[in-house]
Ligand binder design. Structure first.
Ligand code: ADP
Ligand code: MG
Length: 357
């Protein structure tokens, strides 16, 4: 299916900067309709609709967008659990969907996932020790069986849990402790890449910072590359080197953390930033007003720019022409907007007027 292998040079193993993950033109469409009426072309939920991403070794990329914009769908394609409708995923230069079973198994060891809900993702009938050891059971080539208990203790310590917790069950732990178990399990095989799908969204606010600090610390110590998925920009603020903002199946803005926070170019990014809590409550009111209405259906996205139905500055061109993700005059990083906000606009002050530009 993929033609990626043909036009791509082999990865240069001596290049320390080669991406660990590279996504090209990725789309995942779910056909709509059921039974005899379900056929090709009958319509589709375009959950992911043309995404390019790159992640380098040791780098953390924050993927941010509202619920329903396609983040988890993208993650499941990256993990190889769902096949893309079109596009390619390369892990360290290998086309994920062109691998045979043995190769896929080897690649899977290198990338692991931390899920949102640490309760439903941990089998309630298994002890913590068994849960953390499970990847080692599935990949017995990694570690001799007799060394598993020692490894489990080491992993539990690594995530800040008492190794004595190995004998307990998930329901005996707090939400934060359960997410630590999920992280320990993800680290069992010594991955290079961690996909974290809203790892703190289900946790109490008071616990979120602890788990985020743990992830930041582990990433440093283990040199992990990390794709960190979140539905708001507050969570990724301190953790990510680069940010990609997703709207209705597409990336609408991407840049370094500094670029995106200091100078958001896309009106959607600015609206997301405005929703990040600020100390002054009167400011917050004005800012939240920037993002109104619901996310349109990914089965029937608006023509032209997908954000135009909610955009305070949409013009005629926005309905007619889909903006490409590119660096435009007056901007310093790629954005998919015909009328990007110029660089160096501090969003909180601007939004304080309560007016759209
Ligand atoms: P997010 O993680 O950003 O909240 P998702 O990737 O879960 O978004 O979902 C994106 C869109 O795709 C949603 O409209 C969702 O309803 C739809 N979707 C997700 N999985 C499926 C599926 N298996 N079949 C049909 N539609 C799906
Ligand atoms: Mg999700």
């Amino acid at each position: 299916m993929s033609t990626g292998a043909l036009d791509r040079a082999d990865p240069d193993p001596s290049d320390p900067d080669r991406p660990i993950l590279r996504v090209r033109g990725l789309a995942k469409h779910y056909p709509t309709g059921h039974g005899p009426f379900r056929r090709r072309g009958a319509g589709a939920v375009r959950a992911v609709d043309g995404v390019d991403l790159e992640l380098r070794r040791g780098e953390t990329l924050g993927l941010v967008g509202e619920s329903g914009c396609g983040k988890s769908t993208l993650a499941s394609v990256l993990m190889g659990t769902e096949r893309p409708s079109t596009g390619t995923v390369e892990v360290d230069g290998q086309d994920l969907f062109a691998l045979d079973r043995r190769q896929l198994r080897a690649v899977r060891r290198r990338m692991q996932m931390v899920l949102q809900d640490p309760y439903s993702s941990l089998d309630p009938r298994m002890t913590i020790g068994r849960i953390v050891a499970e990847p080692l059971v599935i990949h017995p080539e990694v570690l001799p069986r007799e060394q598993r208990p020692g490894k489990v203790a080491e992993l539990l310590r690594l995530v800040g849990l008492d190794p004595a917790h190995a004998d307990r069950y998930p329901h005996q732990l707090s939400g934060g402790q359960r997410q630590r178990v999920g992280i320990a399990r993800a680290l069992a095989l010594g991955p290079e890449l961690l996909l974290c799908d809203e790892p703190v969204s289900a946790l109490d606010v008071s616990v979120q910072a602890q788990v985020l600090n743990l992830l930041a610390d582990l990433r440093e110590r283990l040199g992990l590359a990390c794709l960190f998925i979140a539905h708001d920009l507050a969570v990724v603020q301190y953790l990510c080197d680069r940010i990609a903002v997703m709207y209705l199946g597409r990336i609408v803005e991407t840049g370094t953390r500094e670029q995106v926070y200091a100078s958001p170019h896309h009106p959607y990014t600015r609206a997301l930033l405005a929703a990040v809590p600020v100390p002054d409550p009167t400011l917050r009111g004005a800012q939240v007003a920037l993002l109104e209405g619901d996310l349109p259906s990914p089965a029937d996205p608006p023509s032209g720019c997908r954000f135009r139905t909610r955009c305070p500055q949409a013009r005629e061109r926005c309905a007619q022409e889909e903006p490409a993700l590119t660096v435009r005059p007056g901007t310093d990083h790629p954005t998919a907007c015909h009328f990007p906000l110029p660089a160096q606009v501090p969003p909180p002050r601007d939004a304080a007027t309560g007016k759209a530009p």
